[in-house]
Write a protein that binds this ligand. Structure first.
Ligand code: AVI
Length: 312
């Protein structure tokens, strides 16, 4: 059987032996990484959280009205901390609405289920642990479904991957089901870049934690002090990119698969993209699906958007 550890080791070997080195941001989220991401979400420089919170706090009532149905299942992909979601959920009738957070982490499901039940007593909460699409497929029923995919999580995929992801969602949705998609909008560099290179250095810790993870889980000997976090944002393209840069010429060994990798001074490992959107980009992504963009909500600064897409 292929274990998580083997998959991680294979990914690291592939990424670090490529001519342009890369590692997937998917591996940011071990326990420490999750904690660091929560800290990032609370930074003022990471404007995404407050902008989406503002939309859901002040327009949540209207959004809920557009999503409502007699019997409704609200399914959230990636459980998160629930603070934003609660602002939406409080507007739905408790007796005919079920909230189902889906996450691969069992602990995340336990935490969010407890919190949401405390915040909104009487709301039916039924968390599900597992793979998004498998779980969504199992959930096919006569009830209308609303899928929440908030926080611009789609932005960590390139446009081809995002298309594939939305197409898979489209396949498991039934006519009348809706998707509430939270997306960060394209905006100037002086606003975006500090979100990915904050002054307290938490994003740097978050990115470099990947090296600690390789050391801990795969027996790597990365010297953290010889690498640094780099973030760039290309305004025309609308994509923030994160890298880990080698400060010196060095060789790193990884015991797990008995490999070693050479890094030149200044060489980059690409670790993450955070795509920013406009309506043309999103229309291109939902092209070839039967999802229609029905409503758009934005915060007062127009930094972030929540879109309602309906399956026709
Ligand atoms: C989870 N995701 C939407 C975050 C983002 O903005 O791309 C992850 C993140 N990376 C650095 N800071 C936050």
């Amino acid at each position: 059987m292929i274990t998580e550890k083997t998959l991680f080791a294979q990914h690291v070997e592939k990424g670090l032996s490529a001519s342009s080195k890369f590692l997937s941001s998917m591996y940011f989220y071990d326990k420490k990484g999750e904690g660091l991401f929560r800290q990032i979400m609370n930074l003022d420089e990471y404007y995404l959280t407050n902008c989406e919170l503002e939309i859901l706090m002040f327009q949540g009532h209207e959004i809920a009205h557009l999503l409502s149905d007699e019997h409704l299942e609200i399914i959230e992909l990636g459980a998160g901390d629930g603070i934003k979601t609660k602002e939406l959920l409080r507007h739905f009738p408790k007796d005919s609405t079920v909230y189902r957070p889906i996450d691969i982490s069992e602990q995340a499901i336990i935490d969010i289920s407890k919190k949401m039940s405390d915040w909104i007593p009487n709301l039916k909460v039924e968390g599900i642990c597992g793979d998004y699409f498998k779980m969504l497929d199992n959930l096919k029923s006569n009830n209308k479904k609303v899928i929440l995919f908030l926080g611009s999580n789609l932005g960590n995929m390139n446009d081809e991957q995002a298309k594939g992801f939305i197409q898979q969602l489209n396949l498991v949705m039934q006519k009348g089901d809706q998707l509430l998609l939270g997306l960060d909008l394209i905006k100037p560099k002086n606003i975006v870049l500090p979100a990915y290179n904050d002054s307290k250095g938490i994003t740097s810790e978050f990115n470099l934690n990947l090296l600690d993870r390789i050391n801990k889980e795969l027996g790597g000997d990365f010297d953290r002090t010889q690498f640094e976090h780099v973030a760039i944002y290309n305004e025309n393209e609308g994509i923030a990119k994160s890298y880990i840069k080698s400060k010196i010429d060095q060789t790193v060994s990884i015991l797990e698969n008995d490999t070693s990798f050479h890094f030149k001074k200044g060489e980059l490992i690409h670790t993450e993209i955070s795509r920013k959107y406009d309506l043309d980009i999103i229309r291109n992504i939902i092209d070839n699906t039967s999802l229609h963009l029905d409503h758009q909500f934005t915060d007062h600064k127009q930094y972030f958007t929540n879109l309602i897409l309906t399956k026709h």
